[in-house]
Design a protein around this ligand. Structure first.
Ligand code: ZN
Length: 135
């Protein structure tokens, strides 16, 4: 796979209202975007450090996979996202190497990115996102 950098870290939080002040007032980062991703049932808040972002994920309903994650494992790091210029090619390569994928094709994510996930069962427990700028 041709991965260029860590695009973002996804962090599950119960409440953006509680989490954002920590990132802004303690870590000194600036929240530059808050966006609801309806089909993933999450509200996201973004911070930037270097070329990497922090993506806070707050569930918008109990059926959200983020709500399930927090219930099972508590708040914390949910996924790591790598940047590439070809998500479809990465998915094909993963499948050819018998890595389980969650998505069969790239789909729309927050910030206009095209994204796809690899299954944590195949990645030593780390939910792995591949993403690229959408056309
Ligand atoms: Zn993400």
């Amino acid at each position: 796979m041709n991965l260029t950098h860590i695009e973002h870290l996804g962090i599950a939080v119960k409440s953006l209202e509680t989490a954002i002040p920590y990132y802004e007032k303690v870590l000194g980062l600036k929240c530059y975007n808050i966006e609801e991703v309806a089909d993933q049932k999450v509200k996201t808040a973004f911070f930037k450090i270097g070329q990497t972002k922090i993506e806070l994920l707050e569930p918008t309903c109990p059926e959200s996979t983020i709500a399930g994650f927090i219930e099972k494992r508590g708040e914390g790091i949910h996924h790591i996202a790598f940047a590439t210029d070809d998500v479809a090619a990465c998915l094909a390569e993963a499948e050819s190497k018998e890595i389980r994928t969650i998505d069969k094709a790239p789909r729309a994510g927050a910030e206009g990115l095209k994204i796809a996930f690899l299954h944590p069962k195949s990645t030593m427990g780390v939910l792995t996102e591949l993403c690229m700028k959408g056309e």
